[in-house]
Design a binder for this molecule. Structure first.
Ligand SMILES: [Zn+2]
Length: 395
């Protein structure tokens, strides 16, 4: 007998062990009557304990088998015939009653305001979702959310009743047809929703407290709506408030002005990046002019540009070898350096790629390239060592 069917607020009950079987992880116990909810219908199981005399045996999972037997999963066996007291974790039961009743209210609201049917439901430990058969807009969501909360604040009594599956075929209020046969349990929210459901619900809509939509995403041609009810809605508000306030403090603006302030910061950053790029280009131009005077008689230049990154070194090298007859090997930044070796088009006697490979082999780093231009990063070679290398003919 499932006691939560008619009394979902019942948290303590007496029962007798009918069966106890070993499982791969421990034991499972069946009782003559239980208020424990087994995982089903998108709602997770209860947690709690079975008290047998002085022993308190935690219930870590609850499942129902094909024969409708509710199994309480426990670590240690409780012999058949023993009388037990079942105790259900109040917080968890209360939480899922809020989420599940809130889901019925929100699903029916989407039906009423947006003609969007709920195809499936997931009540998770973190997030709850419902999947609508069609895509809905942000405005649909706002209206459904408003509608749902009006039902909550009406504090309508939620009735649990039973009907024969055959009678239900003609019931126009039923939100979704049921595949069940025989006696069907109905959850009735007056003038709002009638659903066939075996879940644990609140007694009146007001107990749900608050329903908020946290987000939506496209899902299988429809919309997946993530929502939170009751205590979870308050916790979510608190987390968002803390994040908004912390952001506002960093930006020295009111919380409501955070999006505008971030937009302005991004615009400022873009301008600064543009300015930095322009300055870097001007700097390269000045460096190139200075380097040209240091080129030796054979048109070879080996130099270190302390302030240049890989991009700056490459830009300087490209400019220098635009003039015929030149070979340049430039190191950039502090060690390990960026290295660029380049030659003018008429200096086919030099293979820049081979030079870079030779330097990397001897001094570490990674790189390579073409005969006219090659580069490497993470090179620890010194300018002097590079000059000695350049002194060898065919550099
Ligand atoms: Zn339900």
């Amino acid at each position: 007998m499932r006691l939560y069917y008619d009394d979902p607020a019942l948290l303590t009950f007496d029962g007798t062990v009918l069966a106890c079987e070993p499982t791969t992880t421990g034991h499972r116990v069946a009782l003559d009557r239980s208020a424990f909810y087994p995982t089903s219908g998108g709602q997770p199981h209860d947690l709690g304990a079975l008290r047998a005399g002085d022993r308190i045996v935690p219930v870590v999972d609850v499942s129902a088998d094909d024969d409708d037997v509710v199994w309480h999963h426990v670590a240690e066996p409780i012999p058949t015939g023993v009388a037990v007291v079942g105790e259900i974790d109040r917080e968890r039961r209360q939480d899922f009653r809020q989420q599940h009743s809130g889901q019925h209210i929100l699903s029916a609201s989407f039906d009423h305001v947006a003609d969007a049917r709920t195809e499936s439901v997931h009540l998770g430990l973190e997030a709850c979702t419902l999947d609508l058969h069609r895509e809905v807009t942000a405005d649909d969501c706002r209206r459904a959310e408003d509608h749902a909360n009006r039902i909550v604040w009406d504090n309508r009594a939620i009735a649990i009743r039973y009907a024969d599956a055959a009678e239900l075929a003609d019931e126009p209020r039923l939100r979704k047809a049921t595949a069940r046969e025989g006696r069907v349990r109905l959850i009735d929210i007056p003038d709002h929703d009638l659903s066939a459901c075996g879940g644990t619900h609140v007694h009146a809509t007001g107990e749900v407290g608050l329903i908020v939509i946290r987000g939506t995403e496209r899902f299988r041609g429809g919309t997946r709506v993530t929502f939170l009810c009751g205590r979870r809605a308050v916790e979510s508000y608190r987390a968002l408030r803390d994040a908004a306030d912390a952001s506002a403090r960093i930006l020295s603006v009111a919380a409501a002005d955070v999006p505008d302030a971030i937009g302005k910061l991004r615009e400022d950053l873009k301008q600064e990046q543009r300015r930095t790029r322009e300055l870097a280009e001007r700097l390269t131009g000045l460096q190139v002019a200075a380097l040209e005077s240091r080129m030796d008689a054979t048109g070879v230049l080996v130099a270190l540009l302390v302030d240049a990154d890989a991009q700056g070194v490459r830009a300087a090298a490209s400019q220098l070898v635009a003039t015929p007859g030149r070979v340049v090997a430039l190191l950039g930044g502090p060690a390990p350096h960026a290295l660029v070796v380049a030659r003018s088009a008429d200096r086919s006697d030099v293979d820049a790629g081979a030079v870079v490979r030779q330097v990397v082999a001897a001094h570490g780093g990674k790189g390579g390239g073409r005969p006219d231009l090659a580069q490497a990063g993470g090179v620890t070679v010194s300018v002097d060592a590079l000059r000695q290398l350049a002194a060898v003919p065919k550099f």
